[in-house]
Ligand binder design. Structure first.
Ligand SMILES: NC(=O)C1=CN([C@@H]2O[C@H](COP(=O)(O)OP(=O)(O)OC[C@H]3O[C@@H](n4cnc5c(N)ncnc54)[C@H](O)[C@@H]3O)[C@@H](O)[C@H]2O)C=CC1
Ligand SMILES: O=C([O-])CC(=O)C(=O)O
Length: 360
């Protein structure tokens, strides 16, 4: 499939972009109200996914858990954190959606939270404060992601893993090495969640060009930190003409958008609401792929042969086994090629740092 075709499909097929995701929820709720038992049963057989959120009591975790509780593809939602999950779970359990929610608290309950899960979403860890880079979080978050992934290798070795905890450029290699060591690594199942970069790019481009936000799709490749975030404005769908000034301003804004939020929050953390929204979209795409729905695409940071780097974010086709196909970068402009050369140097260092953390 050509990249342009994949862009077009992706633009129509995911939660954030789409009226389609909202329609699916609407349809599920109408069915429930009508009490159409046989149709509801048919729905249940294809919608019984078990999902765990690790770090569920945090800024991202709580909003994300609410969005996942509203997703008709999920029947069983497990909320794990070091503290406060009983309260978050009790609160969410009062919402009248067809999904069971259970809180798990403390390391003793981690494996119970994970048992039988199809998808594990990990926003556990500390966020940035003004003046910090994402790599400054490595000292704390690397160990958190390693330990949580070790528990996944025991309790749900076949689950898809969506890693949000920063620095994503290093935490995905960490997760990979943990699964390799445990003898249950499947490159198709570990994802760094870079969806927020796509969500932001689509928003900023739609605003700048006066486009319908529901129609815009900007692929973002590379990684998820500063200059490793590379929006491919030359591949914007629908096709758009940008001046060089627009390209420079949009690219730099997208690369620094996380910092824009960190500074606006002035010490109270980083993006949580937009991140929860983006993570819910990625989780839904993974589940739709698992369910056998064709043509589900997202840009995400995965094990990749697209460049000489072992991990790289490009558009990926999601299916019953996870990342069924990692799509190539496609044609890019000279401006983008310049950034690509620079980002590879930084990304290589972050990947090596993550791998060394587990192996040395
Ligand atoms: N991939 C992306 O695009 C983005 C990633 N992030 C990252 O997400 C992470 C979480 O951010 P926030 O939710 O704002 O932070 P937060 O501090 O509000 O929440 C983090 C939660 O993780 C929990 N936690 C810490 N250690 C844990 C462990 N061992 N097991 C289970 N839970 C544990 C904490 O108790 C807390 O509830 C940060 O690393 C942040 O940098 C944030 C925004 C975007
Ligand atoms: O900037 C941060 O620290 C959080 C993040 O990854 C983002 O918002 O993209």
């Amino acid at each position: 499939m050509s990249c342009a075709r994949a862009d077009a499909l992706s633009a129509r097929s995911t939660l954030g972009r789409s009226r389609r995701g909202m329609d699916a929820r609407g349809r599920a709720s109408v069915r429930a109200r009508a009490g159409a038992r046989s149709r509801a049963n048919a729905l249940v057989t294809t919608s019984e996914y078990k999902v765990a959120v690790l770090g569920a009591a945090g800024g991202i975790g709580q909003s994300l858990s609410l969005l996942l509780k509203m997703n008709p593809l999920i029947s069983d939602l497990r909320l794990y954190d070091l503290a406060n999950t009983p309260g978050v779970a009790a609160d969410l359990s009062h919402t009248n959606t067809g999904c069971k929610v259970t809180g798990f608290m403390g390391a003793d309950q981690l494996e119970d939270a994970l048992k039988g899960c199809d998808l594990v979403v990990i926003p556990a860890g500390v966020p940035r404060k003004p003046g910090m880079t994402r790599d400054d979080l490595f000292a704390i978050n690397a160990g958190i992601v390693r330990d949580l992934c070790q528990a996944c290798t025991k309790a749900c070795p076949n689950a898809l893993i969506n890693i949000i905890s920063n620095p994503v450029n290093s935490t995905v290699p960490i997760a990979t090495e943990v699964f390799k060591k445990a003898g249950c690594y499947d490159a198709r199942k570990i994802f760094g969640v870079t969806t927020l970069d796509i969500v932001r790019s689509n928003t900023f481009v739609a605003e700048a060009k006066g486009l319908d936000i529901n129609d815009v799709d900007v692929p973002v490749i590379g990684g998820h930190a500063g200059i490793t975030i590379l929006p491919l404005l030359s591949q914007t769908y629908p096709k758009c003409e940008f001046t060089s000034d627009e390209i420079e301003k949009l690219t730099v804004r997208i690369q620094n958008a996380g910092t824009e939020v960190v500074e606006a929050k002035a010490g109270a953390g980083s993006a949580t609401l937009s991140m929860a929204y983006a993570a819910a979209r990625m989780a839904e795409a993974c589940l739709r792929g698992l369910s056998g729905e064709p043509d589900v695409y997202e840009c995400t940071y995965v094990a990749s042969n697209v460049t000489e780097l072992p991990f790289f974010a490009t558009k990926v086709r999601l299916g019953p086994n996870g990342a069924e196909e990692v799509l190539p970068i496609g044609d890019i402009s000279a401006y983008e090629a310049d950034w690509l050369a620079k980002l590879k140097v930084e990304l290589t260092g972050s990947i090596e740092k993550g791998m060394a953390f587990v192996n040395n």
